[in-house]
Every structure is written in structure tokens, then in C-alpha cells.
Design a protein around this ligand. Structure first.
Ligand SMILES: Nc1ncnc2c1ncn2[C@@H]1O[C@H](COP(=O)(O)OP(=O)(O)OP(=O)(O)O)[C@@H](O)[C@H]1O
Ligand SMILES: [Mg+2]
Length: 407
């Protein structure tokens, strides 16, 4: 059973079919793209409707349950796998891996390096937390306790009453539970780490260098494998990742851990008990290691033992196209980019007629390119060259202006 039928889950649906499995796919949206695949069983149920999913799982007598790169269905995975005696995470793990407050508490209790943090549920508490962190000489990140895609994440640039109030309101509006976290702003290069745990043994498959838009919203704009950080830093990152997986109790299954390599050593931004998104797991890991990570996770979910050994060591990278501002008139250059050396895929998500603007969350990005190379430098250079070759013509979307610009 695969929870979700959006484009994110499509690689799992296709891989399950390729493996000769019969996927039962759940999504509340009957029009979801994954439902168009032939050879699957469809269940129109919300992936967070635990009882509904459990009933469907019983009806189909499923052999395993998973979701590819989303946090929302984690609790359903936990409850259904527990009820049916299947491989999966526990409810505690699902909570710690999706709620940033519970996660921070679990990591702190296990002594895993993390930034100073405070859980707040009112503007008054938020002001107090900001004061404490400021007192320790740090800048502050304010973020919702339970959202993703960088929604509601904000770096506080100044400490005026208005600035704190604005940042709190932005995070709070993006928090499902109303909980908000104020934490120390960590400085240093950021990586993400892909792991698969099997019977309690956590294997690090790849470390990925990450490029974000930076402050204030930190949306991911590119990923490069393998990480080009020094070997000693990478080893520390590995250790911190394994400790973080243990702290939240991931015994069997993947994890995606985000880490900042600070001057005091690597500290955890967050981790999910699931595979990484942004094509990291589905495309970059197979290109750089030869490990078919989606297949491995499907195998784990149905109780098989996947082969997690790397087949080779190459480079892989993706880059999101530079963001235009305004109404898209035309996008040119896709075919030329597809023919460029090392380019494996070009995807455009927002097309002509759509109005786009600054990137505040992942969904705002217009598209991306994936490239491979003999090593990280070559893959990154190829992806970068491809990224710069796209031509987007826009018109300002406001009233009375016909200005055009090329990005
Ligand atoms: N304490 C921090 N110090 C420095 N940077 C941070 C901190 N917290 C978050 N960030 C930056 O903001 C990004 C998004 O934060 P976080 O991962 O917590 O939110 P998210 O909504 O789960 O995002 P996503 O789903 O894109 O991973 C991080 O990848 C990182 O670049
Ligand atoms: Mg994150």
C-alpha cells in the first residue's frame, strides 16, 4: 500500500509495479496523477484518515505500507503497520519525525547535537524565547512545529517588537497545531543525509550538499552528491545522523536528515522517517551510488532484505531554475538543455500564463534540471550550465504595466 498518489509518490508506484507487486494506492484526490497508472488498486481516502486506511489495508490484505517523501502520512504508516504486524515505524517515531518540537525533545534527551530551542505557544512566550537566544549571542529562526517545505520558516533579522510579532504571526499561520519553535540560527554549510535502517542498523547511503535561497525563507534550490565537505566533517555528519536515527527510534526504513556543519560541529536541523524529496532519493542517489533506493524501501516494507551496497561512486546534482517575477509569457530552451552533456531530466512545473514571484516555499519553484558526472564537481557544473540556459519571458502581473524581462 502506497500512501499518496501525487507526483511525489509516482516513482514508488511505478517501481512497485516494475517489481511485480500490486500497489494499493490511497489519496483523497480522485484526480491525483498516480491514480492514472494502470495496474493499481485505487482507494480514495485521505492519507491521514488512519481508520479509513486501516480498513482498506485489511480489505486488500496488504503485505506492506509506505510513503515516499512526505511527512503527513507517517502516523498512518505507523498505526497501520502496528495493527497489521507489518514493517514500519512506531507511533512515537512517527511523532518525533514529523513534529519538530517532539523531535527536538527526543534529540536533546539522547544528547544529539542540536541548536538551542524553545517551544512557544503565544507571542509573549515567543518574545521571551527570542530574548534568551539573543542573550546567548545568536540570531533566531522562528518556525512552525509541524509543517514542511519551509512554509512559515523565517529568520529574524532584527529584534524590534514589530519584527518578532510579524515572524511569530507568519509561523503561527503555517502551524497546524498552533505550536511554534524559536531556535538558534546555525551558521555553516547545510547537507542532507539519506539512510536506510535494517533491523536497527542504520546505513548512510549518501550525503548531499544543499543550496538554499538563504535567509529569510531557506527554500532548497539545488542538491549535489556526494558532499564536497572535508572527510572528517563528513564522518562527523555520519555519526550525528546515526545518533539522530537512534534517538527517534528508526529501526527499519529510510530517513532523511538535514544537518548544518557549524563551527562547533554538525547539528541537526531536522529528520524525517522517510526518503528525501526533491529527486534526491528517486534520481540523485541511484545516479551517484547505483543504489535503487526506492526499490530498497519497497523491499524493506514488504519484509525483504534489500541490497544496500553502493555499485559505484559518481556525481549527481539538480538545480532549480532561477525564479522570474510576474506572469510567464514563454519558456524556451528546454530541448537544448535536454541535449546538454550529462543532463538526465528537465522538468517545468509552472508554465505560460501562470504568475510567479519570489520563492517562499518549495511549491513556488518553476522547475529543475538533473545532471550526472564522474564526480560531484562535474555534475554540479553541468546542472549549473543547464540551469542558466533556460530563458523565461515574463510580463509584470500588476495593473497598467507591460514591462517584459528575461530571466
Ligand atoms: N536553526 C536553524 N539554523 C539555521 N538554518 C535553519 C534553522 N532551521 C531551519 N533552517 C533553514 O531553513 C530550512 C527549512 O527549515 P526546516 O527544515 O526546519 O523546515 P521544513 O518546513 O521542514 O523545510 P523542508 O520541508 O524544506 O525541509 C532548513 O533546511 C535550513 O536551511
Ligand atoms: Mg527541512
Amino acid at each position: 500500500m502506497i500512501l499518496g498518489a501525487s507526483i511525489l509518490q509516482l516513482p514508488a508506484i511505478l517501481k512497485a509495479k516494475e517489481m511485480g507487486l500490486l500497489p494499493v494506492v490511497c489519496d483523497m484526490n480522485p484526480e491525483a496523477v498516480g491514480f492514472r497508472e494502470p495496474g493499481i488498486m485505487k482507494e480514495v481516502i485521505s492519507t491521514i484518515d488512519t481508520e479509513g486506511v486501516l480498513a482498506a489495508a485489511r480489505k486488500h490484505q496488504i503485505d506492506g505500507i509506505m510513503t515516499l517523501a512526505t511527512d503527513m502520512p507517517m502516523m498512518t504508516v505507523a498505526k497501520v503497520s502496528h495493527e497489521l504486524g507489518l514493517v514500519g515505524v512506531s507511533e512515537r517515531t512517527a511523532l518525533c519525525a514529523t513534529n519538530k518540537a517532539a523531535m527536538r525533545d527526543a534529540l536533546r534527551a539522547a544528547g544529539v547535537p542540536i541548536p538551542e530551542y524553545h517551544k512557544v505557544s503565544s507571542l509573549r512566550e515567543c518574545r521571551e524565547a527570542v530574548r534568551l537566544i539573543q542573550e546567548h549571542g545568536f540570531r533566531c529562526i522562528i518556525k512552525p512545529a509541524d509543517n514542511s517545505e519551509s512554509r512559515g520558516v523565517d529568520l529574524l533579522r532584527e529584534f524590534s517588537r514589530e519584527a518578532v510579532e510579524r515572524a511569530y504571526a507568519y509561523s503561527r499561520a503555517n502551524s497546524r497545531s498552533g505550536g511554534v519553535i524559536v531556535e538558534e540560527y546555525m551558521r555553516g554549510p547545510e547537507v542532507s543525509v539519506e539512510t536506510v535502517a535494517q533491523d536497527g542498523e542504520v546505513r548512510v547511503l549518501q550525503i548531499t550538499d544543499k543550496i538554499t535561497t538563504g535567509a529569510p525563507y531557506f527554500v532548497e534550490m539545488g542538491h549535489t552528491q556526494p558532499s564536497r565537505l572535508p572527510a572528517l566533517t563528513r564522518e562527523r555528519i555520519r555519526q550525528v545522523t546515526i545518533a539522530a536515527n537512534r534517538a527517534v527510534g528508526i529501526e527499519n526504513g529510510p530517513s532523511h536528515t538535514e544537518i548544518i556543519a557549524t563551527a562547533e560541529g554538525p547539528k541537526v536541523v531536522e529528520l524525517g522517517a522517510r526518503m528525501g524529496g526533491d529527486c534526491i532519493t528517486t534520481h540523485l542517489v541511484p545516479l551517484s551510488t547505483g543504489i535503487d533506493m526506492v526499490r530498497c524501501c519497497l523491499q524493506l516494507a514488504i519484509g525483504e532484505k534489500p541490497d544496500l551496497t553502493p555499485k559505484f561512486a559518481r556525481g549527481a546534482a539538480n538545480r532549480y531554475f532561477r525564479q522570474p517575477d510576474g506572469k510567464i509569457l514563454s519558456i524556451r530552451g528546454v530541448e537544448e538543455i535536454e541535449r546538454m552533456s550529462g543532463v538526465r531530466q528537465v522538468s517545468i512545473v509552472h508554465g505560460a500564463g501562470e504568475t510567479v514571484g519570489a520563492v517562499r516555499s518549495s511549491g513556488d519553484r518553476i522547475g529543475f534540471v538533473i545532471a550526472e558526472g564522474k564526480d560531484a564537481d562535474q555534475a554540479a557544473a553541468r546542472a549549473e550550465a543547464a540551469r542558466c540556459s533556460l530563458s523565461v519571458e515574463t510580463a509584470w502581473a500588476g495593473p497598467g504595466k507591460a514591462e517584459e524581462e528575461h530571466v
